[in-house]
Design a protein around this ligand. Structure first.
Ligand code: GDP
Ligand code: IMO
Ligand code: MG
Length: 420
């Protein structure tokens, strides 16, 4: 049986904390897509750790952590992260496994990402510049190097061939930064990667399932950044939705059980692209300040706004969400009025659907106002102590999106979560 935790907005919903919280109930935690564009924040022994490549179950000694074939893996980031994890006494050689079909991010992917963004100018995606788009392009273009290839004697030839191909593209972009230092650390990190557990991910995970083990699939990014269903072209390059679990790990759709979707009690987005409920004013500034809304991967300020139920209902639908987890509810503690977006005004008409041309059309969000709960919720441990005004807010969201909020996260700490 495979349960899934994924983001229902534009990423950074708090997936890392939630996976870490649920990890004690699972035997295997598996990342199924994305790469070092992700930044999943956890608190371990009171220290903040941001994971980019390693699944968020790594600090639970009983958990096997799998980097699935759907992931794009930068060996340099992985090595750095393994060092951090090891400093907490975790032996990655024991409980980290990597699929041999995972695609590798090479230094020229990062260069191509940068060159492509520079060429786009004002219409840039605002990518994390980690090489994600170019790496997935090489996967679908059937040029990629995969983890299993690193062990092959022809790896260097394969690398040089790909490097030459990329060089031609970089020349076209007139990109001439020296990346020799990146290459040096890349080859060093590849040697390290070769010492880790490289497995056939699909046999590995299906053997675990056959033995009755419980698997938790950990999503990266968010559903509104999905390559097919997100706010294209301002999206990432993978399927971030529940369907991506099957292709990203090699498990059958019949194995998927709970789909737990994570949403903030409000909404944020980092990078370019449409964001109908964005608050480009002092309220947005307040959310950013109280919620410490700065990117875990790039440090960029996150754009902030009210929760968007049109988008949330849509992402619950495409994911088949069975439970919703609402994070950062405490960030709204001091607000006297809250708003939730219930419809989009487009060309003078009201719509309850996410439009095809969301990047082109002007959307006027329609809001339903709610009274804030106006109290400190960060110490609440049980449902009966949840303020009435928060219950009213959540009840409305449940009804609108047609999926139940089952947990409310009321602080960044592992123990700050209320089961409703
Ligand atoms: P992820 O990418 O979905 O794992 O989310 P990030 O780690 O990028 O961003 C979430 C941020 O919010 C992190 O700094 C978390 O420590 C923090 N966080 C998570 N849940 C809560 C919560 O319930 N309340 C508050 N105040 N912060 C939270
Ligand atoms: P986690 O897993 C928030 C955004 C980037 C950019 C777009 C494309 O921490 O939630 P890419 O580098 O993927 O080509 O960038 O997607 N983005 C994220 N935003 N959280 C993430 O991951 C993100 N990963 C990518 O900012 O707008
Ligand atoms: Mg993040």
């Amino acid at each position: 049986m495979v349960d899934v935790i994924l983001g229902l907005q534009w990423g950074d919903e708090g997936k890392g904390k939630i996976v870490d919280f649920f990890a004690p109930n699972y035997d295997v935690i598996a990342r199924f897509q994305g790469g070092p564009n992700a930044g999943h924040t956890l608190y371990v022994e009171g220290k903040k750790v941001v994971l980019h490549q390693i699944p968020s179950g790594i600090f639970h000694q009983h958990c096997i952590n799998l980097i699935g074939n759907g992931v794009v893996l930068d060996p340099v980031t992985l090595k750095r992260e393994c060092d951090i994890v090891a400093s907490f006494g975790i032996d990655v050689k024991k409980n980290l496994f990597i699929s041999e079909k995972t695609n590798i991010i090479v230094p020229t992917h990062r260069a191509l990402d940068k060159a492509s963004e520079m060429q786009k100018g004002d219409s840039k995606i605002g990518s994390t510049l980690k090489g994600i788009g170019p790496a997935y392009m090489d996967k679908t273009g059937r040029n990629a190097i995969r983890v299993g290839d690193l062990l092959d004697k022809n790896f260097t030839t394969q690398y040089i061939k790909l490097r030459l191909k990329h060089q031609k593209l970089l020349d076209n972009f007139h990109f001439n930064e020296d990346i020799s230092a990146w290459e040096e650390e890349f080859f060093d990190a590849v040697e390290f990667l070769k010492t880790l557990n490289i497995v056939n991910g699909e046999y590995f995970i299906n053997e675990q399932l056959a033995a009755g083990k419980k698997v938790l699939a950990e999503g990266a990014q968010g559903s509104m950044l999905d390559i097919d269903f997100g706010t294209f072209p301002f999206v990432t390059s993978s399927n971030t939705i529940s369907a991506g679990v099957c292709t990203g790990l090699g498990v059958s759709p019949k194995q998927i059980n709970e789909v737990m979707g994570v949403t903030k009690a409000y909404c944020t987005r980092v990078g370019g692209g449409p964001f109908p409920t964005e608050l480009d004013n002092e309220v947005g500034e307040e959310l950013r300040k109280i919620g410490s809304e700065f990117g875990a991967t790039t440090g960029r300020p996150r754009r902030c706004g009210w929760i968007d139920l049109v988008a949330l209902k849509y992402t619950c639908m495409i994911n088949g969400v069975t439970k919703v987890i609402m994070t950062k509810a405490d960030v709204l503690d001091s607000f006297s009025e809250l708003n939730v977006c219930t419809a989009y005004g487009i060309d003078g008409k009201l719509s309850h659907q996410v439009p095809f041309g969301i990047s082109r059309v002007k959307i006027e969000p329609h809001y339903q106002p709610f009274k804030g709960w106006h109290c400190d919720t960060t110490q609440i441990k049980s449902a009966e102590n949840v303020p009435n005004d928060m219950t009213t807010y959540i009840d409305f969201i449940n009804k609108y999106i047609g999926a139940p909020v089952k947990f409310v996260s009321n602080g960044p700490g592992r123990e700050q979560i209320i089961s409703l």
